[in-house]
Structure formats: C-alpha cells, structure tokens
Design a binder for this molecule. Structure first.
Ligand SMILES: [Zn+2]
Ligand SMILES: [Zn+2]
Length: 388
C-alpha cells in the first residue's frame, strides 16, 4: 500500500474512534488532576490503549502516573507523547486533555498500518509538564533510548509549527529573620519580609537591563505572620527564562545576586532551592515539522500568521535528546491565551474535540511519512546532528 493509502486507513480508524476519543478528552477535562497526581487520567488512557491492542506498562520510567504502550518491533521507532496534568485552580487551562486524547487517537490509527511498514510506535504517558518535569525524570530512566523521533501536539489559539519555548529554572527563596514585637522592640528584630522586598525590587531593576528574550517573574508566597510581629520568615518563587541553558546559567546567577542583596541588607539568613527540574529550550526538527505542515491541508487547517508564542516545556529536554516536534493546534480564538479559565472552557468544548481528532490524524500521518521514507529519515537525523 502506498503512503496515501496508509494515511487514509489510519485516518478512517481515527474517525471511527472519534466518539471514544472525545469522551476520553472530556472525561480528563472534567476531572483535572495536578502534576504527579494524574491517577485517573493515566488509568483511562491505559485502558483505552489496551483495548486498542497495545502492550502497556504502568508505572513506567520512575513515575507512578507515567505509562508506556508499545506496538510493533524494531526501528524506526516513533514516540508519541501524551500530557494530562492540569493547573491549580483553573483546571485544564493548558488543554492537556486534548494532548492526551490526540496521542491516544494517533496510536489507534497507527495500529491499523504497523503491519504494512517497518518499525514500531511507543506511546509515552508523560505526567507533570506544569512544573514537575515529568519528561526529564522519564528521560533519566531511559524513556527516549532507542527512540528515533518524538512528537506531540499542543492546543493553542493558533496553528503553528512550534512554540518559542525558553529554557527555564524555578527558584524558591526563603529568608529567615528574628521575630520581635514591631512596636515594643523592633530593634531586636531581623525583618525577613524586608529582605524579600529588597530582593524583589532588585530583580525588578535587573529586568530593565536584560535582553528582551529573557524573562524573570515571580511572586511572594510568605510575607510574614502578623503586622505587629517583625516577620521571622518570608519566601518567594521566581521563574527565570532564557533562550538557552547557557544563557540561563548567567541570568540565574544575576538573580541569585539579587536574592543575596536582600539578605545582606537586612541580615536575614537566605536559602535558595530549585522547584522541580530545569527545562531546556525547545529545538524543533525542521524536516519533521515540514512533514507535519504538509499534512495540515488534509485536516482543513493552515498555519496562522500570528507572531510567536513564548513559554517553556519539558518537551525542550526531549528535543535535545531526539529529533522532536511540538506544534501548536488551534482550538480557541487567537486572543484567548493559554492558562486562563477561558482557554479551559475551549479545551472542553467542540473546538477542543475537533482538536483531538485533527491532532490524532496529524500525528498519525506525520508518523506514516516518517516510516515510509528512508531519505526523509536521513534528513531528520542530519538536521538533528548538525543542529540546523
Ligand atoms: Zn501550560
Ligand atoms: Zn501545556
């Protein structure tokens, strides 16, 4: 069977599965679970993939809510990634329910054609994208060894081939001072909140003098215990982002200096810890992204003209290990940003459902292109190795 025949067969299966996939997406959307706690979502996905005929292992690669489903054997091996964690307070405002169901749908499509091509597919259930770095932990446990390419789609307000995903580190700073009665004996106190505020202001000043491609932003999470007590403890969490891990290291040191400035000025003791794993910048594999782009027309989509979207993802770390794509799939109007309650609504609406089916087809068709063409596989590998 030729390539277009294989694509038709896979897409026909995805159409047949559409109602089950949409139900899966809506179910995950209706029961949002935070990072590392995605017990229901991962169980539902595993059930679906087992019914499709996949061999599934869960837990996998060091995480209780991760799974790996495989079909076929040998190379080339395509990895499809399913995210399914939600955000605190605002649920599936990043639309990971759509990612999960699209990945599962692509898997169901590929099962139809794997007998006709050389190679295999590995579906990875990857928890904790929202700050936990699930993929980083899974990579450490070997999830991407023996994988040739890794793919996923991410819902968005636009159709784009990539997101401008920056390297990121999350820093938690804590100051410890000395409590004292704020009116009776303030001179006996060491004010931890003053340390935090000094650091916050120093970071605000730093921000004027960093390149526009870098980001530092944070919140104060503890500002003291009562107005009439000199604050004994204060704390904050800051995200630091840059275009590469090398740039990030330099910026991170400057943020550290701001933290230290607060400690020195007040005499408070300071400690800094990382919150979760550092994320690498995303490297989109151009030949692989071109395959995805060529398939857009088949599902009635085209790339948006909009400018870039900036963020960060642990798919960045995967993209440093194997050729990868992380295209954005439109499920909401362009002016509705990710991580808002409005976006959450779209992720559980008919446009989110359409994203599930289209995303599944796009991933399946791109995988079929990859399986079917040795010259393309070479181009993907060369682009990865030469970092072009
Ligand atoms: Zn997100
Ligand atoms: Zn996301």
């Amino acid at each position: 069977m030729d390539r277009s025949g294989l694509k038709e067969k896979a897409c026909a299966r995805i159409d047949k599965e559409a109602s089950a996939l949409v139900a899966l997406s809506r179910r995950i959307h209706g029961s949002p679970e935070l990072r590392f706690e995605e017990h229901q979502a991962s169980t539902w996905l595993v059930e679906y993939l087992r019914e499709c005929g996949f061999d599934v292992e869960k837990p996998a690669f060091g995480l209780s809510t991760a799974f790996v489903a495989t079909k076929g054997s040998g190379r080339p091996r395509v990895a499809l990634l399913c995210e399914y964690d939600a955000l605190p307070e605002i649920g599936h405002a990043c639309g990971h329910n759509v990612i999960a169901a699209a990945g599962a749908g692509a898997a169901s499509g590929l099962i139809e054609i794997l007998d006709s091509v050389e190679g295999s597919v590995r579906i990875l259930g990857t928890p904790a994208e929202e700050g936990g770095g699930g993929k980083v932990i899974m990579a450490r446990h070997g999830a991407f060894e023996d994988v040739d390419v890794a793919m996923m789609v991410h819902p968005s307000g636009v159709d784009m081939l990539e997101i401008d995903a920056l390297a990121i580190t999350a820093l938690e700073v804590e100051y410890r001072g000395v409590a004292a009665h704020a009116a009776a004996a303030p001179h006996h106190g060491v004010n931890a909140l003053d340390a935090m505020v000094s650091a916050y202001n120093a970071i605000s000043q730093l921000r004027q003098h960093i390149p526009s491609t870098q980001r530092v932003h944070g919140i104060i999470t503890d500002g003291g215990q009562a107005p009439n007590i000199v604050p004994e403890r204060a704390a904050g969490t800051f995200y630091v982002r840059a275009r590469s891990r090398a740039e990030l290291e330099v910026l991170e040191k400057r943020v550290h200096d701001c933290f230290r400035a607060g400690a020195i000025a007040t005499g408070a003791k300071m400690s800094v810890a990382k919150d979760g794993e550092d994320y690498d910048e995303l490297r989109t594999n151009a030949p692989l992204a071109a395959l995805y782009e060529a398939n857009l027309e088949a599902v009635g989509r085209q790339l948006s003209e909009a400018g870039k979207i900036t963020g960060s993802t642990d798919m960045g770390n995967v993209s440093q290990l194997v050729p990868s794509i992380h295209p954005m799939l439109q499920i909401a109007p362009p002016d509705v940003p990710l991580h808002t309650t409005e976006f959450c609504r779209f992720a559980g609406s008919e446009s989110g459902d359409r994203g599930v089916v289209d995303g599944a087809k796009l991933l399946a068709m791109t995988a079929i292109d990859y399986y079917s063409d040795a010259a393309l596989r070479d181009a993907v590998r060369v682009a990865f190795e030469t970092r072009s």
